[in-house]
Design a protein around this ligand. Sequence first.
Ligand code: FAD
Length: 383
Amino acid sequence: MDMSLATEQVSLQQMARDFVARHVTPNVREWDRGEAVDPSIIGHLGDAGFLGMTIPEDLGGSGGTHLDYCLVLEELARGDSSVRGIVSVSLGLVTKSIAGYGTEEQKAEWVAALASGRAVGCFGLTEPDTGSDAGSLTTRARRDGDDYVVNGSKIFITNGMWADVILLFARTSDDGAKGISAFLVPTSAEGVTRQSVKGKLGLRGQSTAEFTFTDVRIPASARLGEEGKGMAIAMSALAKGRMSVAAGCVGIAAGAQAAALQYAQQRSQFGKTISRHQLVQQMLADMAVETDAARLLVWRVADLIERGQPFGTESSMAKYYASEVAVRVANSALQIFGGYGYIDEFPAEKYVRDARVMTLYEGTSQIQQLLIGRALTGVSAFG
Ligand code: FAD
């Protein structure tokens, strides 16, 4: 295998770095403290083509490979994981699902708008009482003539307050996970209300929302895919989504590692820079090895997708490992910064806070272990 990047990929990486230096880094502390990124960043992401990556150009996307996509996500997360999340969800979970499963009308209505940042998408799976066990969700879409009428609620919805459309998973029959269908619901539809979830440990710049649906009437043409196939659409989105979360984890780890290395080379204690102390070098070495290992797992998933090979288990492996690595590496970075690591004028503590959620969403670490375990043994240990 050739692990080196092509010239165009190095240029893309540099372009993403420049984007972060220009649009993200100068604002990141203010956004974090104020619990909101400036939503104008969405337009900038669209202009850069980052919201249309891997989507064919004839649909209004900006094309490129899944490795290109991962390279950009890594750079965005290195700058601010909240910004990376905008792309991972709007493009990775919503636009890609519409491009993959949508009718011509649905694609025409949403794909180019989402890929350009003129519209934002969010992904509505989790409910107050159903998280890991998403197949038991209770939001209901009742068929009524040519319409469906939706009632229920969703929680922890990334991009929620900014979104123009929610890819909503709702129950159309009582047949367990087979009774779930997917819908494209405009957030402006009558009966949709949302409120911001505040007080998050990390990803504080991200918009996270709780939605309530009260007798929301949507035409049957808003259903994405066949009735009863919603869970398959959700699982397909999440399989690729896990790769994108893992790429973000690599960005957090790489950013934390670079900041800690720079600090260690400047800070002196006991008459020499702390980078010369063996125990600090041990931390730096572990951080570098784990970050690289996580990156290679992510690149493997991107490569499998491009070659049309199965990638679900590999994606779970990448997400599980990379998210745990992001937590460990960010924590070591904070340790290297000493007391300054605990203060938000230095970068380490934000990496720690932003890393933590990565082991929770798009399937917790335990859920990834169960997915990998099921693939290894052929036995499901979920129930
Ligand atoms: P639970 O499922 O209640 O899990 C609690 C604990 O039990 C965990 O440790 C879990 O690993 C463990 N557990 C559960 N089942 C098992 C089992 N079978 N075996 C062993 N251990 C188990 N959801 C969306 O739909 N869209 C979004 O955009 C979105 N964004 C999010 C953003 C943020 C900031 C957060 C915090 C969450 C977001 N989520 C989103 C929801 C997220 O995906 C869920 O929080 C996650 O799936 C876990 O569900 P839960 O919180 O209900 O925890």
